[in-house]
Design a protein around this ligand. Structure first.
Ligand SMILES: *Cc1c(COP(=O)(O)O)cnc(C)c1O
Length: 472
């Protein structure tokens, strides 16, 4: 027995008390409504009194934690007690965010949920999938929806596929359950989907695909960035792991890049150690995440914590505006097609109608209300040139590769987010060259429609003479 065993044991006991107090806070918050959780997270009066009374979560910008003595340090570094040690591994401010995210994504879910925050959405996609690709076998494959974010497409296709030789089995039509089932075999490591997808807004039946994955002993990972937990919570529909780019609607101000991996305890997989199955997010945080180093900056965590407080209100009003815009665009002569889960012409609309509800909507409306998010895409008649002409004529809607913003922003995915995929990749991901993706912001709907209307009118016969602006 080392002379330090007693000292370390005292810290372990202190650590248990700290963990119990936090579990208590968590269980109290689990009884609260979504908005209450979003506003407070687990930062309560007791936590505030330990932080000079600050009613707002403090930003801990320090790179490292000071220890009382070597016993304290030993217990903390051996992960025997709650500690944050060094900001790459953990940080108190980032922890407030992680706890809020786990509570929001686990709202209504009957089981334990943990979260790890990452430096970007791409880091989250990487951290959520890479642990399943350990000990490569020949023939090892992953079954993934081709209707996904451009960065995800490149991570899977180039980094995992071309560089490491993982067989990437793209599901071309995520609504086709047979396609998912047929692509899975004994060498499949994981099943991955994005719904609604960026930029094609394709939806998929999370529940049905989770059943298919689970029947094969595989985890289903869902990128739920576009829906946010205010509209859909994939864990309660059967998904094992949820990934987010918190950069988007969760941080609508546009002040921070960030991401998160949120998982239920007890995921379906036989890959990796028991700790990975029991608490995937915690396993990722303590081991692979520590070694890969994609930690979120505490400053960015604060920006996200701040915006998250109003997530439900924003998703409600911006979704309503987006529905109005979708209807306006569907009726417009210069538009071929509108992709928005809320329109009846959208394939899979009935799945969206079944699964996309404003959380606690009945509190405001007396009855549950469908809300479909604030991202839509539309195809302009006349091909790529017409789409560029409309895009170039926006006077308020920003031209930028961004979404989730409180400001309306548009992009042409084929020349931006999906530029590097080539014609074949764009065809696979359903990204035609005349597609404009529009993130609908918090402006008044009339003003957004006016900008769109004027930009689309540049395609009218009369304005061809003077295509840029009629008042020029
Ligand atoms: C933006 C985005 C990502 C990547 O997130 P970053 O924060 O930009 O790294 C992943 N998935 C979806 C659906 C996205 O929109």
């Amino acid at each position: 027995m080392s002379e330090h065993d007693n000292g370390v044991a005292e810290y372990v006991a202190r650590g248990e008390a700290m963990a119990n107090a936090e579990a208590q806070r968590r269980s109290i918050m689990r009884t609260k409504k979504f908005d209450t959780i979003a506003v407070h997270g687990i930062y309560d009066m007791e936590a505030a009194l330990a932080n000079q009374g600050s009613i707002i979560e403090p930003g801990f910008m320090s790179s490292a934690q000071h220890f009382e003595n070597s016993d304290h340090m030993e217990a903390a570094l051996a992960y025997l007690m709650p500690a944050w040690v060094y900001s790459r591994i953990a940080n108190p401010t980032v922890h407030y965010l992680e706890e809020t995210l786990a509570l929001l994504e686990g709202y209504d879910f009957d089981g334990d949920v943990s979260a790890v925050a990452t430096s970007s959405g791409m880091a989250a996609v990487f951290m959520a999938t890479n642990p399943f690709l350990e000990k490569p076998d020949p023939g090892m494959n992953i079954v993934v929806s081709a209707r996904c974010y451009g960065g995800t497409f490149m991570l899977f296709g180039e980094r995992y596929g071309a560089e490491r030789g993982v067989d990437i089995r793209w599901v071309r039509n995520p609504l086709d359950l047979n396609e998912w089932a047929d692509k899975i075999d004994g060498n499949t490591r994981l099943v991955y989907g994005e719904t609604p997808s960026n930029p094609s807004l394709s939806v998929m039946d999370i529940e049905a695909v989770a059943n298919i994955a689970h029947a094969a002993g595989l985890p289903l990972i869902i990128d739920s960035t576009v829906a946010t937990p205010a509209l859909t919570r994939p864990l309660s529909l059967g998904a094992d792991v949820v990934v987010h780019s918190t950069t988007k609607s969760m941080t609508a101000s546009g002040f921070a890049i960030g991401g998160a991996v949120i998982a239920r305890h007890g995921i379906t997989t036989d890959i990796g150690p028991a700790e990975m199955h029991d608490n995937f997010a915690m396993y990722v945080k303590l081991l692979p995440f520590r070694d890969h180093g994609p930690g979120l900056s505490p400053f960015n965590a604060l920006m996200t914590i701040n915006d998250l407080r109003t997530l439900r209100h924003r998703m409600d009003s911006m979704s309503s505006t987006t529905m109005q815009l979708a209807q306006y665009l569907e009726g417009h002569d210069h538009i071929d097609r509108v992709a928005y889960p809320g329109v009846e012409s959208m394939p899979g609309h009935e799945i969206a109608a079944r699964t996309m509800w404003l959380v606690d909507g009945a509190d405001d409306y007396g009855t549950d209300v469908n809300r479909y998010g604030h991202l839509l895409s539309f195809e302009v008649k006349g091909g790529a040139e017409s789409a560029r002409k409309v895009f170039d004529a926006f006077e308020m809607i920003w031209r930028a590769t961004d979404l989730g913003r409180i400001k309306s922003v548009a992009t042409i995915p084929s020349i931006s987010t999906h530029q590097q995929q080539g014609d074949e990749g764009r065809e696979l991901a359903a990204v035609p060259p005349n597609l404009i993706r529009l993130n609908v912001g918090g402006e008044h709907p009339e003003d957004i429609i006016a900008d769109l209307d004027r930009a689309l009118s540049t395609l009218d016969r009369t304005s061809i003479v003077n295509p840029v602006r009629s008042d020029a």
